[in-house]
Design a protein around this ligand. Sequence first.
Ligand code: ATP
Length: 357
Amino acid sequence: MKTYDIAVLPGDGIGVEVTDAALAILRAVEPRIARRLVTTVHPAGAAHYQATGAALPPSTLDACRRADAVLFGAMGLPNVRATDGTEIIPQLDLRFALDLYAGVRPVRTWPGLPVPLADPRAAQIDLVLVRESTEGLFHARGRGRVEGEAAYDTMKISRAGTGRVCDFALALAAKRQAQGRPGKVTNVDKANVFTSMAYWRSVFIERAQAWPAVAVEHVYVDAMALNLVLQPWRYDVLVTENMFGDILSDLIAALVGGMGMAPSADLGDNHGLFQPAHGTAPDIAGRGIANPSAMVLSLAMMLDWLADRHADAALADGARAIESALHGALVDAGVRTRDLGGTGTTADVVQAVRERL
Ligand code: ATP
């Protein structure tokens, strides 16, 4: 039987709870698709840092490098800090170490689930935000400096770093076009103010020339924040710098029911890491009430990515089965956690999904 090795990093807080949920669902899907996904759990995160002084042990990083894919819960705890006061966030180190340059955050409205926008067109929201994940303002992480009474963090926008993520977004739009979506990329920047952002835009324009069938437009990030609230259904694929993407990905999650519904993938040319867009949610951790949907949808993204990479359609069938079982559980059976207005627990959702698989 075809076998894949998955490095699993549950992390902290609800990261552990939603990872357990996803693994239980993965075990249920394996027999359906006649594939084995060998999952090996590795330590990392804020609690591990507190206990050992290492947030991302070299053995864990090695395991991620060797695995076919990485399944990642969430990491960081508010009271565990590095000496400079920043949180312990090894997911950022992994992005840099594995060169995961494209942060892919798809959101779409699930029929029947509560959404904050009253406009009926909100039912058509189906967009993907592609966040550059290896430079931008996050380049400053660990390099910031305080000089006298002022602090400085530097944004880095390189031709190579921008070019590859723009190519990724344009290729994704072309793929979505082939599936019946508009096939449009909205480039989000602040080219009217910053040299770095004007450079970003010039690289995007250059790269877009290779994709004549993909429609492109440019929107400043501040206008984009407004448009994503007023008319998010207009957008298909967005591409943007690291920090802007960090902020807008939370905004788009809110459009479709909150962080509990927003999956993500961090992709490079050689590695893929899949995690819910949410954090460790210390306010609800340990109570068994986290919504596992974002993690379960991230698991489905992992299967789709592996299916493409290994030309193994059975894995894509597994992804569709998981999505439809989750849909059955949340929408048809109405088994929902509190963030979606229900009273169900994480375990209730897992059970309802497993029954449908
Ligand atoms: P980070 O800085 O890592 O993004 P955060 O603490 O800012 O983390 P989250 O951990 O994503 O943000 O939590 C934001 C809010 O969303 C919290 O109120 C949390 O309880 C809620 N939340 C996040 N994920 C889930 C989930 N899976 N189920 C239910 N509620 C969630």
